[in-house]
Write a protein that binds this ligand. Structure first.
Ligand code: UDX
Length: 437
């Protein structure tokens, strides 16, 4: 059995590495030649825990990396894991996935293997039926369900635990028709993940499951963030104690109740906007989802108000932002709230210095010389009038009075409450903790 994985981003490269490390024959394909070169030397193009180790294991076995999509022609399974980026109106850009499935369709003409094509890319309901299936059938002159299989297979992995999530998913969703290909796919996944529930449904439902999942996670975050804003105005109230307690109710669950500056990253904001756009297109007013988004947008604005309340007009003031990655244990700054905050502060004339354990280079690509970059936390705080902790890196919970001693004014805004237990000699405001004054 041979497996092709087309698109070597977070999802594709994690899957490529995990399957090949298990000893399966895998070809990982990406259009970017430089990226392929790096990966084939065992170097991951982004930081992700355990990724390089797993990739190198695969490379020692039967893994091949290539930029040539025609290598799919002797494959039994073809996973499509290319991006579906956001357009300015919130809808998703399908040009990349269309190009890839066209190439797969062309290739199917001469493929005698009757492969199964799994679409892992996030697409709005109807895309499989109305766009992907017709392209494949037209280009190949073959029939889905008869000559090849087509299955929606959404992915739920999280960055920073991508390898673990790929090895041990909580669910496998297979969307499509109940054909011999579906049976084969079910067998493949139940062997790969013996104890994991496999949900078999139609394409539209599988597509919608992914949006339901991510919009619910976004809702939990906006919910706790709104409560945290209320708590901040109740003397002594503590959002973490509240989250911990309500999380013990099994109907609520403890995860995704960590209040902060709002959700960022490459998925939640994009998927929320795509779902809102889709709902509007089909005549549904997504009032609830809009509020979830608005609450998220407001978190960043609330932090700016807090800074201005502490130090007045930020123009020409030196401000330190600690953490630019959208969450800890990643160097990814895509749709990071910290990046948004820095952009707003720079626009207001603030002099920004940043620190991040992993994401400095990706941050530099955005701001170039407009801000300053420091490798140590102490240096980043020198002469600063205000520090804002944006990402929950464990380094920041080790900050002490001596780390902040070079600050001009010792004002700290802690959006993740990493210093809440510490006796820091500073004007300290944690998001979600009510002031006793
Ligand atoms: C998300 C989904 O979790 C995953 O299932 C999907 O496949 C891709 O999108 P990811 O983008 O890696 O994964 O990040 P996630 O861990 O979900 O965090 C998203 C954002 O929400 C981050 O900015 C994070 O800081 C924030 N967040 C998360 C909170 O503010 N509080 C929480 O309790 C959880």
């Amino acid at each position: 059995m041979k497996i092709a994985i087309v698109g070597l981003g977070f999802v594709g490269l994690s899957l490529t590495s995990v399957l090949s490390a298990k000893g399966l024959q895998v070809v990982g394909i990406d259009i970017d030649k430089d990226k392929c070169k790096k990966i084939s030397h065992g170097i991951a193009p982004f930081f992700e825990k355990d990724l390089e180790k797993t990739l190198r294991n695969g490379l020692k076995k039967q893994l091949e990396i290539n930029d040539d999509i025609s290598l799919i022609d002797d494959c039994d399974y073809i996973f499509v894991t290319v991006g579906t980026p956001q357009k300015s109106d919130g809808s998703i850009e399908l040009s990349i996935i269309k190009r890839v499935v066209s190439a797969i369709g062309q290739n199917l003409k001469k493929n005698h293997k009757n492969p199964i094509i799994f679409i892992k890319s996030t697409v709005i309901p109807g895309t499989m039926q109305n766009t992907i299936l017709p392209i494949l059938e037209n280009k190949s002159g073959k029939k889905a369900g008869k000559d090849f299989g087509l299955i929606s297979n959404p992915e739920f992995l999280q960055e920073s635990s991508a390898i673990k999530d790929t090895k041990f998913p909580h669910v496998v969703v297979l969307g499509g028709y109940e054909t011999k290909y579906m049976k084969k796919a079910k067998k493949f996944f139940s062997k790969l993940h013996p104890k994991v529930p496999i949900i078999i449904t139609n394409h539209h439902t599988a597509e919608m499951i992914k949006y339901a999942n991510n919009s619910f996670l976004a809702t939990k975050i906006s919910f706790i963030n709104q409560l945290s804003n209320i708590c901040q105005n109740i003397p002594g109230a503590n959002i973490d104690d509240i989250a911990k307690t309500i999380g013990l109710d099994p109907r609520i669950g403890k995860l995704f109740l960590n209040a902060g500056p709002g959700y960022g990253g490459s998925c939640l904001p994009k998927d929320m906007k795509a779902l809102i756009n889709f709902a509007e297109k089909i005549g549904i007013r997504p009032t609830f989802l809009n509020e979830v988004e608005k609450t998220n947008e407001n978190q960043c604005i609330n932090i700016i108000s807090l800074i201005e309340r502490k130090i007045g007009n930020v123009n020409k003031k030196r401000i330190t932002v600690l953490g630019t990655s959208f969450k800890p244990e990643t160097d990814d700054v895509r749709d990071s709230i910290s990046i948004k905050l820095i952009k707003k502060l720079v626009k207001k004339g603030a002099i920004i210095t940043i620190h991040d354990p992993k994401a400095i280079e990706n941050t530099r690509k955005i701001f170039l010389k407009k801000i300053e970059y420091k490798k140590s936390i102490i240096d980043s705080l020198a002469k600063s009038q205000c520090a804002i902790i944006m990402t929950q890196w464990k380094e920041y919970s080790k900050i002490t009075n001596s780390t902040i001693k070079k600050m001009d004014r010792k004002i700290i805004i802690d959006s993740r409450r990493v210093l809440v237990e510490k006796d820091i000699d500073a004007d300290y405001q944690a998001i979600g903790i009510g002031n006793n004054k």
